[in-house]
Design a protein around this ligand. Structure first.
Ligand code: AMP
Length: 214
């Protein structure tokens, strides 16, 4: 099974992708995570991508499509959840080529529909445990014991540098201008389903599960 999760930043793609990984033994392919790892490792791709990411703009199509191809080859037998990719029509065309070359096809494109103003609050308040990656939120989900991770006990937390309001607004504008036009490409193939991304996380997961079970 190969699935794309589409939706603006903060729609919950990463959270839902992780849940689907656990439920279906799929692999989460997040170009955002891959790029952040490259930035951290100081690779040439990371050095090139960092400034673009800090501004909230899109990294070049060639870079992200190459990353996706490499990661698919690393686990050729496992189904994939594409999280944050494709983000442009050119990336959608590359993904078609990448999948066809590997004898794979897309089964579902799931769009998480959300209210943009609520997203700014969601994104600017989010942070994660620096040790195990568990997600928290200033308003919606604080650790049970303040300053201590519920899952691993670490006292170190981190925030993404691009989760500030100005960059978030740019990321949303990029989504509207460049990523939203990807949807009609998949609509024409009859593989798009929509889910209310503002619902409770468990409800969103259940809605996605219902679509995958069809
Ligand atoms: P994300 O973690 O998906 O929100 O991505 C964080 C940032 O990484 C984005 O704002 C872009 O700068 C960059 N990025 C991630 N995925 C892509 C992609 N498919 N195409 C271009 N840029 C991307």
């Amino acid at each position: 099974m190969n699935i794309i999760l589409l939706g603006p930043p903060g729609a919950g793609k990463g959270t839902q992708a992780q849940r689907l990984v656990d439920l279906h033994h799929l692999r989460q392919l997040s170009t955002g995570d891959m790029l952040r790892a490259a930035v951290k490792a100081g690779t040439p791709v990371g050095i090139e991508a960092k400034a673009v990411m800090d501004r909230g703009e899109l990294v070049s199509d060639a870079i992200v499509s190459a990353l996706i191809g490499e990661e698919l080859d690393a686990t050729p037998e496992t189904g994939a959840i594409f999280d944050g990719y494709p983000r442009t029509a050119a990336q959608a065309a590359s993904l078609d080529d990448i999948l066809t070359q590997r004898g794979r096809k897309l089964d579902h494109v799931i769009e998480l529909e959300v209210d943009e103003d609520a997203l700014v609050e969601r994104i600017t308040g989010r942070y994660t445990c620096a040790s195990c990656g568990k997600g928290y939120h200033d308003r919606f989900e604080q650790p049970r014991e303040p300053g201590v991770c519920d899952r691993c006990g670490s006292t170190e937390f981190k925030r993404r540098p691009d989760d500030n309001e100005e960059t978030v607004r740019t990321r949303m504008a990029e989504y509207r201008a460049k990523t939203a036009p990807v949807l009609p490409i998949y609509e024409a193939r009859g593989i798009v389903s929509r889910v209310d991304g503002m619902a409770e996380m468990d409800v969103v997961t259940a809605s996605i599960e219902a679509i995958l079970g069809q």
